[in-house]
Design a protein around this ligand. Sequence first.
Ligand SMILES: Nc1ncnc2c1ncn2[C@@H]1O[C@H](COP(=O)(O)OP(=O)(O)OP(=O)(O)O)[C@@H](O)[C@H]1O
Ligand code: SF4
Ligand SMILES: [Mg+2]
Length: 340
Amino acid sequence: MAQEGNQRKGEPLLTVKGLKVHFPVYGGILRHKVGTVKAVDGVSFRLNRGETLGVVGESGSGKTTVGRAIINLHKPMYPDVELGGEILFHTESGQVDTNGITRDEMLPLRERIQMIFQDPFSSLNPRLTVQAIIEGPMKVHMNLTAAQRKDRVLDLLDRVGLQRSYAQRYPHEFSGGQRQRVGIARALATNPDLIIADEPVSALDVSIQAQVINLMMELQREFGLTYLFIAHDLSVVYHICDRIAVMYLGNLVEIGTADQVYKSPRHPYSKALLSAVPQPDPRSSNKGRIRLEGDIPTPMAKPSGCGFRTRCPIAKPSCAQDVPELRDVGNGQMVACPFV
Ligand SMILES: Nc1ncnc2c1ncn2[C@@H]1O[C@H](COP(=O)(O)OP(=O)(O)OP(=O)(O)O)[C@@H](O)[C@H]1O
Ligand code: SF4
Ligand SMILES: [Mg+2]
């Protein structure tokens, strides 16, 4: 699989078209529908084999909801969630639209998409040994004997830089960085093509963050993995990602190569987000900074037209009319604003 992933590098793996994830909100004694949280409201992007796409944006912008939609977690948990658009997974035998399919229909694809979570303290079952945690997905998806699973767990512990003897220990015996390595080993257990990493280093000490990121990059090279890397910290994303997508209130406002978005962002929101990144050089720290006024509006009451207009420094009256489409502003850098 490692060779397969690397051989097919650059081929399309996932195409997301017009994805919508709307959660109905109920109120009153009779539990009437009183509104809709438009957590993801028309998001489109593609992901090629072997690349890392970063997704950044403020808290509540819909990053986790996109990740969970790809792995199809919403419908089983919230049966009345309203889903729209397509999530096309490219397989050897053609494209499969996984958006909203049942858990059983998803099962054959589920081993190929795994997730790494933000909090290594709550995402590992404290009552299971490391062995049991890592072999869990193998039991569901792979036809291996107990002895084969055990060997594979030991091999995975090697790969993520943990001692083999840790297999019989419990999560509470480890540091945050070690636990995240266990989480990574569990994600690798089924030989996935795609790993959705939802803020995988945000809960770790800065000194440990770089080690985990470097490990993820090594594993990507070795296994030909594709990453969707969700993060707050733009400097982390710049380091690991080939391309970066910026989300605001359920929409993508900009997408481009890591250099395009990090070094020359074009959308006013991306510029503001980048302005918030601390500058190593104090002389340049305040140059051209954009300060965002106010909080991100709630996705239950999205402004009409461009969702960013209530905070945008260059908003015009016409911005209240249509939701701006992403358009190419040069060299494939896509921006959802007609005024840049
Ligand atoms: N099951 C749900 N029911 C109702 N609203 C939800 C549900 N899940 C998420 N939301 C709302 O959808 C919006 C997007 O949430 P999401 O968790 O995707 O944001 P995020 O970008 O990952 O934020 P953070 O950076 O804080 O993790 C938020 O306003 C959130 O409250
Ligand atoms: S469309 Fe209007 S409000 Fe939205 S980013 Fe552009 S100028 Fe600002
Ligand atoms: Mg999140």
